[in-house]
Design a protein around this ligand. Structure first.
Ligand SMILES: Nc1ncnc2c1ncn2[C@@H]1O[C@H](COP(=O)(O)OP(=O)(O)OP(=O)(O)O)[C@@H](O)[C@H]1O
Length: 274
């Protein structure tokens, strides 16, 4: 359903050397599946995710969703296509001076849902799915982080998307709230058939939520595996970074990342990288 083909994204800012954040990535994501993308900070995960809705336009490659290459669309066609792709962020990105209902309604206004009645129906529907209807008239500042993320999910769902992109959706949340938000994402995927792509640096999120895993390093996907293999205690990823992420679980600090970088570099030198 989503085919990313030979995607590359290079940033050229000021007088700095160009940074290739995504380097010739190809990935097929099945309709209705949950694809996880994991890797250390700076691996290119967020850029790749933002490539999928062209929030960050790739420098080259194809982004094909249901047979349509978004890279080939006119601005207006792309605007329409984006209504099929919801997105949530680590920082929730709610508008603080709008109520919960108004935040959700905003996405419908942007999507061109002209009739106020239609918008009201769809706001109520989205809040209901995420069990937050009782907070409709509340402002974001009065909500917990988990509630704010649920409002952000409702906002993303209001346009009835086929794809939901999640950029570190639980990184700002405590473990209990994380579990709740992940459960909602799993329910949305199962009950509404929405394809979910989730970027995270937390292996716990991968284990709890995803069907397929892609490991990123230095802008490339270096390894892929089915998430259910993580249940198998004898499973060993083929790359050093994959092994490290699987063995460690949650949150990896910079010093540890350095160790893995060295291991990966050594592996690359002997041609061991996927
Ligand atoms: N707008 C930008 N301009 C210049 N460089 C950028 C830009 N966005 C990202 N980069 C660089 O691209 C590389 C990949 O960044 P990206 O945010 O995609 O990685 P990430 O794996 O999502 O990291 P994190 O987990 O810290 O968010 C980094 O070196 C980053 O500094």
């Amino acid at each position: 359903m989503i085919s990313l083909r030979n995607l590359s994204t290079t940033f050229t800012t000021g007088g700095n050397d160009p940074v290739t954040a995504v380097d010739d990535v190809s990935l097929e994501i099945d309709r209705g599946s949950i694809q996880g993308i994991i890797g250390f900070s700076g691996a290119g995960k967020s850029t790749l995710l933002r490539n999928i809705n062209l929030l960050e336009r790739p420098t080259s490659g194809e982004v094909i969703i249901d047979g349509v290459d978004l890279m080939e669309l006119s601005d207006e066609e792309l605007r329409q296509a984006r209504h099929q792709i919801g997105m949530i962020f680590q920082g929730f990105n709610l508008v603080n001076n709008l109520t919960v209902a108004q935040n959700v309604e905003l996405s419908l206004k942007f999507a061109g849902v002209a009739k106020a009645h239609d918008r009201r129906v769809r706001v109520a529907e989205a809040l209901e799915i995420i069990d937050i209807s009782d907070k409709a008239t509340v402002y974001p500042a009065k909500l917990s982080g988990g509630q704010q993320q649920r409002v952000a999910i409702a906002r993303a769902l209001a346009t009835r998307p086929r794809v939901l992109l999640c950029d570190e959706p639980t990184s700002a949340l405590d473990p209990f709230t994380t579990a709740t938000v992940l459960q909602y994402l799993a329910d949305i995927n199962r009950e509404l058939g929405i394809t979910v792509v989730v970027v995270t640096h937390e292996m716990e999120v991968i284990k709890a939520l995803t069907d397929h895993v892609a490991v990123m390093e230095s802008g490339r996907i270096v390894e892929r595996f089915a998430a259910k293999r993580l249940q198998d205690k004898t499973f060993e990823p083929t790359t050093a970074i994959g092994r490290y992420l699987v063995s460690d679980g949650i949150h990896v600090d910079r010093r540890q990342q350095h160790d893995v970088d060295e291991a990966s570099t050594a592996e690359l030198a002997v041609g061991g990288r996927v």
